[in-house]
Design a binder for this molecule. Structure first.
Ligand code: SF4
Length: 226
């Protein structure tokens, strides 16, 4: 695929990464449209459908001020122009969704890495991960979700970090089952409470201490940024 590959993008914005290893890192977020995984607690349900009736001009995506199901087609060249036009300072790009691994992200990663950026993808691990070798891969495994997609061993093995959302003991058990099934012991494991509720947070803290995992608390939600 060439850099003329287009990506269906829901929004682009600059903020601080609030989760996992890159917490606090100034980042440009590219949110891709489309996800069939069906997590009940998903906080980006507006990215699930790729409806032609919601397709808009790319400039309407740049100036978007609130969540919506609209999306626009961008080439990587167009994305770079947006970064300059908006005056973005960050040199770290977070490719998220939706489920970004429904797309071949390799051309996007290679283009921006060759222009001085680092790239990170956040994925559910249910699709083949097509990124550059240098891209930091965050797999947030979604087990037994409504869409019926299975977490792939290849995704877990490619991951640089595994960031697991938890609200119940079952979620902890699901993670341990995955780690055992694929014999994964050398990854950074982050446990992230699904909500900011005390019960989920207490469970996450307890499981981190018991298993020598790390806590990820979605800092952006505590400090009121996107
Ligand atoms: S994989 Fe992500 S975007 Fe898709 S439903 Fe689950 S939380 Fe939402």
């Amino acid at each position: 695929m060439s850099i003329e590959t287009t990506y269906k993008i829901n929004e682009i914005f600059e903020t601080l990464q609030g989760e996992g290893s890159f917490t606090g890192q100034p980042s440009i977020f590219i949110r891709l449209q489309g996800c069939p995984v069906g997590c009940s607690w998903c906080d980006t349900k507006h990215t699930w459908e790729v409806s032609q009736t919601k397709k808009v001009d790319p400039k309407d995506i740049i100036f978007k001020t609130e969540e919506s199901e609209t999306w626009g087609n961008f080439t990587v060249d167009q994305l770079e122009k947006v970064f300059f036009a908006e005056g973005y300072q960050a040199k770290h790009i977070v490719i998220t969704g939706g489920e970004p691994c429904m797309y071949d992200l390799t051309p996007l990663c290679i283009f921006f890495e060759s222009n001085g950026y680092s790239c990170q993808v956040e994925t559910s691990g249910t699709f083949d991960i097509k990124v550059s070798d240098e891209c930091w891969v965050t797999v947030s495994p979604k087990v037994n979700m409504k869409g019926g997609y299975k977490v792939l061993g290849t995704a877990l093995l490619r991951a640089n970090e595994i960031k697991h959302p938890v609200a119940t003991e079952q979620h902890i058990d699901d993670l341990k089952t995955l780690l055992n099934e694929y014999n994964i012991s050398n990854k950074q494991i982050y446990i992230q409470p699904i909500s900011q509720k005390k019960r989920a947070t207490d469970l996450a803290i307890q499981s981190c201490i018991e298993n020598d995992w790390r806590l990820s608390v979605q800092v952006h939600k505590y400090i009121g940024i996107e």
